[in-house]
Unconditional design. Structure first.
Length: 141
């Protein structure tokens, strides 16, 4: 007697793409997400080095940055889809100023402006913890 076993692979449906803050279709208002990590400064991207990811156009200062992002976008993309991290900690979303930023434990966080960034800096771990709890609800719709 021959016994056959049939294995069914259940493929999970892809997770809904998280929203990305965009200004005229550009993520981070056209600034290079990789530059914050590698150059430690906000740097405008160049239209010649544009990639599309999660429904937004991401610009990079050079081909090397574009390649780094393509290889691991989750590493370089800002937290909370590039919305203001302080606002997400408060339970809502808000736009950002690309010059109000911080890289904390390898993750890029953006803020509405420098005034809000100073509020963010008063309790970065607490704000991150609250934002991490709020983001699933805010990103769902």
């Amino acid at each position: 007697m021959i016994t056959r076993r049939i294995f069914l692979l259940a493929l999970a449906a892809p997770a809904a793409a998280q929203p990305v803050f965009q200004d005229n279709g550009l993520a981070i208002r056209g600034f290079d997400p990789v530059a914050y990590h590698l150059l430690r400064m906000p740097t405008r991207g160049d239209a010649r080095f544009t990639q599309h990811w999660r429904g937004a156009a991401w610009r990079f200062a050079n081909a090397a940055h574009a390649a780094a992002f393509a290889a691991d976008p989750e590493r370089f993309a800002p937290a909370y889809g590039g919305f203001c991290a302080w606002a997400v900690a408060q339970g809502y979303t808000a736009p950002i100023d690309p010059t109000a930023w911080a890289v904390v434990d390898g993750r890029l966080y953006l803020n509405y402006d420098r005034s809000i960034q100073r509020r963010w800096e008063r309790d970065i771990p607490g704000h991150i913890a609250r934002a991490d709890r709020n983001w699933p609800r805010l990103s769902a719709g």
